[in-house]
Each structure stands twice: as C-alpha cells, then as structure tokens.
Design a binder for this molecule. Structure first.
Ligand code: DP6
Length: 371
C-alpha cells in the first residue's frame, strides 16, 4: 500500500476554517504485538478487543496558514492546557506524514485532546490517542478533497496512519475485535493496517468485560518502544514470532466459536510470554510488581474454587486486565472488591468492556478556540 500523493494540496483561497472531532477507544491485545521492523511493521500478527470506556476525545481545528514557515504549524492542548511535549511529538508525527498529506503544510492546526480515563491511572493512551488523531486526519482529507469511494478504504487508511503513530493504535479503529498483521487464514489481513473481525465474533465475546486493576502507576522503567527494540537481540524471538502467528490464527477461531476456556488459556499464556520476553531480553527487565503476582495467585485460586471463566492479561506494565463473560459479572465484581482491590494502588480499578469502536462527535462551538 502506497499512500504517497503529491497532488493532495489545497487552493488556499478555497479553504474555510473548520473542525473535526473523534472519540476513539483503547484496545487490549489478546495475542500481543511485540517486536517490529522497518516503518512500524510488526514482527508477528496480533489480535485485540476494542474497549468501550477508555478512550481519547480529539478535536482538530484547521484554517489556512497565513504565515509561511518550516514544517507543520500545530498546537496541542491536553485537557484544555497547552502541552509542549505532545505538541513537539505531534508535529514530528504530522511532518512524517507530509508525503501522504502535503496539504498539512498549508494549514494551521489546533488539536484539543483529553482522555476519558484518569491521567494518573498508568494506562497507556497511545492507542486511543493515535487512532483518534488518525481518524481526524482521514476525515479532514475527505472534507478538503473527495469522500472515499467505500468505507473499507476509509477505515483502512485511518488504521494505516494510526499504525505509523503507534503500532497497537491501528487496531482501535474497529469495534469488537481486530487483527493486525498478515495471516494466511484471513483474507485482506495486512502488516500495514488492521482489519475487523466482522463476521462471526461469538455473542459471548460481544459484551465481554475487561476490568483493569490499577496495580501501580509509577513510570515504566523501559518504554514499549525500547522493549520492541530489544526483541531484535532476544534469543527466543524467532520461536516467539511463529508462536504468535499460530496463536492469532487460533484466537480467531476461538472468538468465533465462543470457547471461553481456551480463550482464557491463550490469554494468560500470552500475558506471561510477553513478560518472559522482557525478562529474557538483553539487558533483562521486569515490569510486573509483587502485587501483580499476588493478584494472579488469587485469580488462579478463584478459578479453582468457582470454575468460573475469569482470566487475566497484561500489557507492557504491571496492571492486570480481567476478562470475563457478562453472565458472571456479579461474581466478578464481588471477587474484585473483596479480594483484589487490596493489591491496587489507592484501591482503584477501571471497569470496561468490549466496545463498538470509534465515534465521530459533533464539534461544540466557540469554546474550542484554543487561545
Ligand atoms: C504490549 O503499540 O505501544 O501493548 O508501536 O512503539 O507505539 P509502538 O508500541 P505499542 O506496543 C504495544 C505493545 C503491547 C501489545 C499490543 O498492544 O499488541
């Protein structure tokens, strides 16, 4: 896929100022993306559930740029306050997109962004943030030029752009479940963008719960970016990539059949494998905390005692995601409250579930000015 398009420039006299707004959710990987190469291409396929509650709300204001200058003219506001760090990163990201969207240089852009989950929660916002921005950009392309001929192309391009910002973000543009990475058994799958698991996500999984235990919010000692990099020297890398390919394939079947036990086995093995890869990197590192392990032991005990299908996963950090079917929500909540909150920082957890995907929102008037 080559989206390079030098002809996407505007006639300045014809552009009216406007704004676009998207809310895009986070996602939780069931089979993990861990290791990348080239321009944000994954070493193995991955599959995720898109969440409902944890999301980023982004408004992109645009107007013709009146003063010529180098690069892209953008200002970013996080929760209403100008954020210099995010402004610099967003500018770099948008400049990297200039071969695809040369018109970005002709505009003045203001971005207002906020997350629905608390800052201090220690939840990564790159998947929701980058997918929300990518959706605003593809909507801007449609506003300034022509609508896409079909919606598939629209979502694929949004997913592609989101991937360039953060790999896992490309899976957030679809509701339900999404696969990123070429998979022999899934026609249309690609390393360059994610595809939705459209037909056949079993009813059990359509409203699956994902409650996030906030074990610790301290800064991670090794970023995801650095972690992906360390996979290049990991002695188990080749075997891992082959395993993840097989597992994504199997997970797809499991999601269609509704087998919650096999789902859980794969889910927990993926979480522990991800962290084993960190521990076997050079230099080795550890992101789980003692409370992560204590909570895992309780989860195992709970399953042994109740036979209920509540399983955990982890992303690149100490927080546990508890996944379970809606039918056992009451038991799960009691278990969390009575036995797991003690392991959480400030006794906090976020209740979430599988969601329907991003949503285009109305732009509210003058308050969005960004001055
Ligand atoms: C463990 O997508 O955050 O959550 O592409 O460098 O932005 P970058 O990495 P990122 O990595 C996510 C890793 C993961 C697994 C996953 O979401 O598949």
């Amino acid at each position: 896929m080559d989206y390079t398009n030098p002809s996407l420039t505007v006639l300045s006299s014809e552009v009216r100022p406007g704004a676009l707004r998207w809310r895009s959710p986070s996602n939780i990987a069931l089979v993990k993306y861990w290791g990348k190469h080239g321009k944000q291409l994954p070493r193995n396929p991955s599959i995720s559930f898109t969440l409902e509650g944890a999301a980023t709300d982004t408004t992109l204001d645009y107007a013709v740029r009146t003063q010529a200058g180098e690069g892209v003219d953008v200002q970013l506001y996080l929760d209403g306050e100008r954020n210099e760090g995010f402004t610099v990163r967003t500018r770099q990201f948008l400049e990297s997109l200039l071969p695809i969207y040369p018109f970005l240089k002709q505009l003045s852009l203001t971005i207002h962004t906020s997350n629905t989950f608390p800052h201090s929660a220690g939840i990564a916002s790159s998947a929701s943030g980058m997918s929300a921005l990518a959706l605003c950009l593809v909507s801007l392309e449609e506003t300034l030029f022509a609508p896409f001929k079909d919606r598939e192309q629209y979502w694929a391009k949004a997913s592609y752009l989101a991937r360039l910002g953060s790999g896992s973000a490309c899976r957030s543009v679809y509701g339900g479940a999404a696969v990123w990475g070429t998979l022999a058994g899934l026609p249309g799958s690609s390393d360059e963008y994610a595809v939705p698991v459209r037909d056949g996500l079993h009813a059990t999984f359509q409203d699956y719960h994902d409650d996030i235990l906030l074990i610790s919010r301290s800064e991670k000692s090794v970023s995801s970016r650095a972690g992906h990099g360390l996979m290049e020297g990991n002695p188990y890398a080749t075997a891992r990539y082959a395993q993840a390919t097989r597992r994504t394939d199997e997970m797809l079947t499991v999601l269609r059949q509704g087998n919650v036990e096999r789902f859980g086995e794969l889910l927990e093995s993926e979480a522990l494998t991800l962290h084993a890869l960190m521990m076997s990197s050079h230099p080795p590192y550890l992101l789980i905390r003692p409370n992560t392990l204590s909570a895992i032991e309780r989860i195992h005990q709970f399953r042994a005692e109740t036979r209920l299908p509540l399983y955990f996963t982890l992303d690149a950090g100490p927080n546990l995601h508890l996944l379970y079917p809606h039918a056992m929500a009451a038991e799960a909540k009691t278990f969390i409250r009575e036995q797991l909150l003690a392991f959480c920082e400030d006794q906090r957890y976020l209740a979430d579930r599988v969601g329907k995907g991003p949503e285009a929102l109305e732009v509210s008037g003058a308050a969005e000015g960004g001055e």
